[in-house]
Design a protein around this ligand. Sequence first.
Ligand code: SF4
Length: 161
Amino acid sequence: MSAIIEDVLGLYLHLPFCSTHCTYCPFAISTDLALQDQYTEALIREIGGACSTDTPVCAPLQSIYLGGGTPSRTSLENLTKIFDAIRSRFDVAEHAEISMESNPEDYEPGALEAWRSLGVNRMSIGVQSFIDAELEAISRIHDRARRDGTPCAARSPAGRA
Ligand code: SF4
């Protein structure tokens, strides 16, 4: 008989890549986007090993959180591989909250729809400031114009941002 973890289960995945390293940021991040493919493969191996042999069946995931870094900097191809790996290793609850951190400059046309198609239903948007001079001082690469469009775009009927 398979053992089942009874507790509510959530999954946090760290995607550490950013376009630039903001001057105030203390996190361990990388701006070498060329490493993304290797990192994704390593992450997929870790996902495949999740849950020990003592607990071969995990409870369905009630939440998935992609943090960083800037997960919206991860290519759609790699995000697709990561979600495929998650779904092949875990059951994902029907109404699971699936969150993803993002930056305003990554809201290219169609991006929100693409993330939504992976199952993401909650966006966290790193605006940081509503004043362009402050954004420049902390090395943020989006400006007010980019930021102004983002929250409206994220307010899709399918999303909960
Ligand atoms: S985008 Fe966020 S995680 Fe990346 S360097 Fe800036 S503050 Fe740090």
